[in-house]
Design a protein around this ligand. Sequence first.
Ligand code: 3PY
Ligand code: MG
Length: 265
Amino acid sequence: MRVALAKISTEKKGNSMPPNFRDRLRKRDLLIGVILTLPAPELAEICVDAGFDWLFLDMEHGQLDLKDVQRMCQAVGHRCPCLVRIPANEEAWIKRTLDIGVSGLIVPQVKTAEETARAVGQGKYPPEGQRSVGITRAHRYGTQFQEYVNTANQETAIVIQVEHIDSVRNVERILEVPGCDAIFIGPYDLSASLGKTGQIDDPKVQQAIARVKSACAVKSFPAGIFVRDFKKARSAAEEGYSLLAVGMDITLFSAAARQVVDSFG
Ligand code: 3PY
Ligand code: MG
C-alpha cells in the first residue's frame, strides 16, 4: 500500500492549465472558440469533444459564477484552454479567477492604456505586476505552488476588450502596454457606444472595427472578435482575426432547436 501511494505521488503532474495557449495566441494561430454562459460542465465537455480550440467562459453576462467556472474547468481538464471573461476590470475578480488555474482572462470594457496596464499588473506576479499570492487550485492546492508561481506570468493570457468608441480612439496606446496579449473586439457594446445599439453592421460601427483591426495589423498584433455564426467566422479569419468566439451556447442551441421544429413546419 505504501509503495503504491509513493508511486502515485511521484507520477508526473501538470499544473492546472493546458500548455501553450498564450504562445499560440501571440503567434496568431487561428483559435476558434465559443461563448458559454450556462452553468453546465457538460456543455463545456461537449464543446471540447466537438474540437473547439478554446472556451470563452462568460462571467460578465449570463449566469456563471466562480464555482461554475471552476466546475467547467474541472470537466475540461487539460484538453482545452479556458479563458474567462470577468464581470469587471477589478483586482478581486482578476485574482480570484486566475486562482482557479485558467489559461487567461478576457477583460471587458477597457477604455484606456492605463486601465489596460492595471488589468495586466493585477494579473502578473511580482516583479512584472502585483498579483496577490494565495494557495489555490491553480497551485494544485499547494503541491505545485512554486512551479505555478514560476510559470504563471508566462503562461497566462490577458486579453483586453476594445468595445467602446473611447477604446477605439486609444487603441494604438492600448497595444503598447506590455503584457497585453491580444485585443478582443466586442461589436455589440461598441455599437451601443456609438448610439447604434445592436446594429453591428452599421457603417459607423464597421468603421470603428476596421480602425481597430488595422491598428492590430500594422503591429502584427493578435486581434480577436465575436461573430454570430460560422460564415462570419470564416470571413473574419480571412480578414486576419486570429482569436474568434463563434456564437454562444444559448444561440447555438436555440438555432438547432428551431431547426428541428421548422423541419416539421
Ligand atoms: C460585445 O459584442 O460587446 C461582446 O462583448 C462580445 O463578446
Ligand atoms: Mg461586450
